[in-house]
Design a protein. Sequence first.
Length: 164
Amino acid sequence: MNLTLRAGAVLGVLVVAWTFLMGVTGWYKDPVLLNLFWIVVLIQIGVLLWALTKTAAVNGYVRQVLSGTLISAIAAIPIFVGSLLFTMVAYPRYFEELAAVQEEMLRKAGRSEVEIQTAIGLAAEGATPLAQAIAGVIGTVLTGIFASSMIAVFHRRRGGPTVL
């Protein structure tokens, strides 16, 4: 298995594993610990650093960015499926529980009942398994493009023209 495919698979599995860890521990129900979900960005950056550092000797900037983007796109497949499994099978009440956390946070922040209901109503519009899974795909690919662009500045073949 080539490095790009392997890194994409590793990234996808690690993100799905982290998501399920958030579920098993119940951290997604805690207003503070809920933010630990964003560790997926650090996981992605770590995997991209690992993979792009390995290909830096032979790839120029553009090729490094394309490789990182492809790794992220490959990872998006298991992330999409994992997200659907998480919200439809493992935790079918996920969106209800998340709305309760959001409501609690807004109440503690001193928001009015109208503001709370408006915020919860807006959040509910995108609170579907498919919307969540698509957001995961988009977030993974966009983070991959951005992170690969930054990583490639420092980890790329130097000297001579950049080869696609």
